[in-house]
Design a binder for this molecule. Sequence first.
Ligand code: PFF
Length: 452
Amino acid sequence: MNNKTSIQGSWASRWIFILAATGSAVGLGNIWKFPYITGENGGGAFVLVYLACILLVGIPIMMAEVFIGRRARKNPINALKDVAEESEGSKSWSIIGLMGMLAGVLIFSFYSVVGGWVLHYIKIMLTGEMLGVTSDQAGAAFGGLLEDPSTLLFWHTLFSIMTVAVVAAGVNKGIETVTRVMMPALFVLLLILLGYAMTTGSFGEGWDFMFKVDFSALTWNSALIALGHSFFTLSLGMGTIMAYGSYMTKQASIGKTVLTIGALDTLVALVAGLAIFPIIFANNMDPGAGPGLMFISLPVAFGQMPFGQLFGTLFFVLVGVAAWTSAISLLEPTVAFLVEKFKIKRITASIALGIVVWALGIACLGSFSFLSDVTFFGKNTFDFLDYITANIMLPLGGILISLFAGWVVKDKFAQDELQLSNGMFKLWNLSMKFTAPIAVAIVLYFLINPLS
Ligand code: PFF
């Protein structure tokens, strides 16, 4: 093991790293996307496949990202370069870092727009504007928001400033401070909402929907969605976890730490489902409503329930916190790179990057109004960026990272960081060399050539 430290700083403890990485992993993917794709894909059997993907593909790749970052203690591009060099591999592997940074910037541009929607919903839930609305009215309210660029711009700008400010403040003063306060708050909010769903919603129905395994409801396509999502939800394939890993203390066990992060991320997704579906069922709404589940169905449901205004507001605060800590992690690898490469101050790097992603975000928020005519392969800018990042860039990054860790990095260096038992190391190595790249390649293939 090495004794290097990153010039950006290091996490105060193993638990801070766990919470920061969990903050990155737990985001809109868990609370917005996971429940609605579970709903669209029939529930229990989908959840089971998702769990298998996390364990067999997600966790091993996350271990690889953490050890590469920690070994080099540099931004992802230089980390890949150093680790490749040590194993006498080609420095071109650092291109994974470059692609990852680009993915982070592109994801941020639409993530921040959705973060803005969430901030807007905190406001309208708090003021009671959504109390007693019908589904049609809620649908019209959401549609109206999408077509109102100035409101969207206001919230997108606020969300971008909140995020850039934390990254600019640094690993310890910024990210760590927000992590220490926001992650416990997130867990408490989630438990409060679970309690609310258990006491006021149709909890049994929600539980059955998520955990009753009916394989006849599972299609081959659903299995592909589950694997694709396991990537997005764990923030894999783009160097974020690598950058966070480069600030990890050297004594901590990577295997146990990564397992904890994976377990926490999964737990939050499952509990979010258990908090949402009982409320949906109690109000006789459709669990398969798609992306509108959170912004249309839930406000209607909360609006009809006891203390719905309070708990509805808390729900959107929870989503806002989750989105914020993830957005921070989207910018960190690039800021670290700019600081290390151009020897500029972190605040300068953060503001420069902030301006770029904010401007790109405007192209995304205009997708529903003044830029709706601009399309790429038939998709508006927002959908296109979501599609190419989540479905192509992250899985591609994942394959390359696993191939790099399995075939290029010498076993002795990997094992020096991972410190696994012989059996576990073989299993991990097998996953890097074969299981993970093959599984992800299959998903990529079918995402690009969808099954009819
Ligand atoms: N994991 C986040 C979510 O589930 O919402 C999204 C994300 C954050 C993806 C950071 C990638 C990343 F680097």
